[in-house]
Write a protein that binds this ligand. Structure first.
Ligand SMILES: [Ca+2]
Ligand SMILES: [Ca+2]
Length: 99
């Protein structure tokens, strides 16, 4: 009885490990995909479209408030604003999107 029980437990343990490894494998590939995506260079048209869309007042610059619509820009606003004028120009934006 005890031996039978322990055999079932061992089987269950193996099943759980298999499920865990499959789950981790799926999560791992999903993680790889999500980190690989931003590294792919964005096309000029995509970059321009994103910039124009975020530039609500159309002055050719993204203020910190306008950049809030683009999380990727908002989180690194200070780094992207290379000349530190408090706004991200289309050139600064294009450069950041291609890194
Ligand atoms: Ca603007
Ligand atoms: Ca700037």
């Amino acid at each position: 009885m005890t031996q039978r029980h322990s055999r079932i437990t061992a089987f269950e343990t193996r099943s759980l490990m298999l499920i865990a490894s499959v789950t981790l494998g799926v999560a791992g590939s999903a993680y790889a995909q999500s980190t690989a995506a931003p590294a792919a260079p964005a096309g000029d048209a995509e970059v321009t479209a994103a910039f124009v869309k975020a530039d609500k007042n159309g002055d050719g610059k993204l203020t910190r408030e306008e950049a809030a619509a683009l999380p990727a820009v908002a989180v690194s606003f200070d780094r992207i604003d290379a000349d530190k004028d408090g706004a991200v120009s289309s050139a600064e934006f294009a450069k950041a999107m291609k890194m």
